[in-house]
Each structure stands twice: as C-alpha cells, then as structure tokens.
Write a protein that binds this ligand. Structure first.
Ligand code: GAL
Length: 419
C-alpha cells in the first residue's frame, strides 16, 4: 500500500513536471505585419501555420495598408505605451533606428545555431544586425523594378511590351486607342514613389540612382538627368485613370488581371495577386523589368524585428519563429505565395516560375556588376525622415498639375537635406 502511494505520488510529480515543461515550451507570438491582400495573406498564413505547427500560439496583429505606413504608425504607439509585439515587420535602415531605442532583442543564439552568417548574403545580414548582433530575421527578396502586363490587353491593342521609356509611351498610346487604361496606378505616396524610382533607374541608370537617391548628392538631384526623370515620371501620369487617387495597389493589380488596364509598375508582390487569382506568368500576364532597367535590380527585403520580451515561453516561441522563417521549407512555401525569392542562399528554385528565376539570376548578376540598388519607396536606402520628405515632394509634383518640373526638383533637393 505504502509503495503504491509512493509510486502514485512519483507519477503525479512527473506529470506536473511534464506539464510545466510543456507550458514553458508553448508560447504566444504576436506578429505585426501589413500582409492583407490576396497573395500577401496567403504568404502570412504560411508563417502562422509554421509557428502553430510547433505548438505555439499566433496572435495576428495585421494593420492593413500597402507599403506599411499605417502599420508603422500603430507600432510606434504600441511601443511607446510599453506594449510591443513579439515581432514586427520592420525593414532596412529603420531596423537600426529601432535598435538604437533599445527595444529590440538580441537573437544571436538562434542565428548562430542556424548558421545565418553562412546562408545569408552579407549585404542582407549586415542590415539585420545592430552593433554586430542579430536583431531581425529576413524573409525574402522582392524586386521592385518590374512592369506587369496583361497579355489580353496587349493583344487587343496590338502593342509590344516596352523595354525602354520611348517604347513605353508608344505602347501606352496604343492601349489608350484600344479603349484600355494604359497604366494601373494607385495614388498613394509609396506607390507614386515606386513608379518614380523605376523611372529614375530606367532614365538615369544605376549610378545616377545611387548618387541621387541613395547618397542624396545635391548636384545630381539638381542636374539635367533629374529633370528628364521628372518629366518622364509626370508623363506616365497622363496614362493613368481619374480614379487612381487613393486606390490600393492590389486593386490596381486587379485591373491588369482583368485586362481593364494594360500595365502596372510595381514590385513582385503584385505577382502574388496574379497567382492568387489563378493566372499564369507567360500565358496570362507578363513580368519584365521596368523600362530601361533590365540590367539593374531594386531590392526590397522584408524582415521581422524581434522585440525584447520578459516571459520565458514567449521568448522561446519568438526564437522558434526566427528559426522557422529562415528554414528552407518555409522560405520555399512563403516565397511561392508572396511573389518574392528566398533570401536564403543555395535554395532549390525548381518549383518557382520564370519571373522568380529571372529575379534570382538578376539579383546575383547585378550584385556583381554594381547595379543592385536599394529601394527608397520600400525603406531600404535612407533614414526614414529624409525618405518621407522626398516621397512627399514627389507625390506633390505627381498630384499638382500646376507645379513646374523646376519647382519640384528644387523641393525634392531640399527635402533630401531633412535629418
Ligand atoms: C512592401 C512590402 C511588401 C509588400 C508591399 C505591399 O513594402 O515589402 O512585402 O507587401 O509593401 O504591401
């Protein structure tokens, strides 16, 4: 009898210990992101199920709004009130700004165990580190300088997919004559700038882009090439429709998907929309480099910054999330849905389509040739204060048909001095 009860007590103790261990293992991860469109939501749900597969709880903190402006505003207020999520979609130089506030966690433990230094391109790894320690984990590489075209619209108009800006306007005229909206656009700051930076790259080339938009060199910002860029940019507007102001990017993509519009200048998250709508690259739609940019690559790397947490179980869940994001299986599933390519080196791309394969090839080639450039519209290039001021000036010019190119150029050059 005595022995029996002792065994029972021992068993009960073991069960309690196992439960406690389970409790430590299963944590909750609250993740802030802005992936709410069709393709984006599919990609985000791949992240959610990966984490849930490990027994953790996913608390979705989605803030709608392409480009993430709304999400960043909400994040700031949450962090200021001492209630940061476990992970938030933060990118580029903004990672350094957040880390300098002392709110981000050092995730070197998981980075070392998973050998991130040897599976990430150094240019990406450096952005994910603050003072030598990993504070964020990258998800993908998006290419921004793409032109998406509707095969049906181009066929109807008898137009040829353009490879430079002169051809772009020839195609736009033909589409217009055929009763098709030539350019699908959404008038929001970040979309205006997504178009602007592709025009700058196509008209001025990678060296001009770097000098003017990355180094913010005043001579380049005030020079003749910039004047040509602005004139070309404004000419694009004349081929957009009157409902463009305020339109969400995915609704603009839907116009191309339906053949109501012929072209869209947008990063390859647009491909996620075509795929989610069951469309096939080559057969239904075309992906080509934005006019004049075939030999360059504007990159946009999505990443999640990890915030400092106190609860042990949640820290474990946060580390598991970071490890899962970099795993080959997740990199494949996520990027197939998102339209981007894996950020992890040495991945098998056999399941990816030709747009992704072209992107992967051009990413490597342009890194070698020096024409791999960071996207300003997507927070990769310059501190957020200057980026915001320049984007405002560019959108003012786009929206105000009375503003001269000369005035716009002076405004942009002065906005570039914002600290
Ligand atoms: C970008 C982001 C992409 C995509 C896009 C539209 O800034 O990097 O992942 O989601 O916004 O929302």
């Amino acid at each position: 009898m005595k022995t029996l009860s002792k065994t029972l007590i021992a068993r009960a103790a073991l069960a309690t210990a196992a439960l406690a261990a389970g409790a430590v293992h299963a944590g909750e991860v609250e993740v802030l992101h802005w992936w709410t469109s069709g393709g984006e939501a599919k990609a985000a749900s791949a992240l959610k199920s990966t984490l849930q597969g490990q027994g953790h709880t996913w608390k979705d903190f989605a803030v709608a709004g392409g480009g993430g402006d709304n999400a960043m505003t909400v994040l700031k207020s949450r962090v200021v009130s001492g209630n940061a999520p476990a992970a938030a979609q933060i990118k580029g130089p903004a990672l350094q700004e957040w880390a300098a506030e002392g709110v981000l966690a050092n995730i070197d433990g998981v980075a070392k165990a998973e050998k991130w230094d040897s599976v990430l391109p150094p240019v990406v790894a450096n952005v994910m580190k603050y003072k030598g320690n990993y504070i964020a984990v990258p998800v993908n590489v998006h290419r921004v300088n793409w032109l998406w075209t509707s095969n049906a619209a181009f066929k109807k108009a008898g137009a040829k997919v353009p490879t430079n800006w002169d051809e772009f306007f020839v195609a736009a005229e033909k589409l217009k004559k055929a009763g098709i909206i030539p350019v699908a656009h959404g008038g929001q700051n970040w979309q205006d700038f997504t178009t602007f930076e592709s025009v700058a790259l196509g008209v001025g080339g990678a060296d001009f882009y770097k000098k003017a938009l990355v180094q913010l060199d005043q001579a380049s910002l005030n020079g003749a090439t910039m004047t040509k860029v602005l004139d070309t940019f404004k000419k694009v507007k004349s081929y957009t429709d009157k409902n463009a102001p305020g339109r969400d990017w995915n609704l603009a993509t839907a116009m191309v998907i339906k053949g109501e519009a012929g072209m869209q200048l947008m990063g390859d998250w647009a491909k996620g929309e075509f795929m989610a709508a069951g469309k096939k690259p080559g057969a239904d739609f075309g992906c080509s480099a934005a006019p004049g940019t075939a030999k360059s690559f504007t990159f946009n790397v999505d990443s999640f910054a990890m915030f400092k947490l106190k609860n042990e179980a949640n820290i474990k869940a946060q580390n598991d999330l970071a490890a899962a994001i970099m795993s080959p299986a997740f990199q494949e599933t996520f990027n197939l849905n998102k339209g981007s390519i894996p950020v992890r080196l040495g991945m098998d791309l056999s399941k990816f389509d030709d747009c992704a394969k072209l992107s992967a090839k051009d990413f490597v080639d342009t890194a070698k040739s020096g024409s791999l450039v960071p996207s300003v519209a997507h927070g990769m290039a310059i501190p957020s204060a200057a980026a915001g001021a320049i984007q405002d000036a560019v959108s003012q010019f786009w929206n105000d048909d009375k503003m001269s190119t000369k005035d716009a150029q002076a405004k942009i050059a002065s906005a570039a001095k914002t600290k």
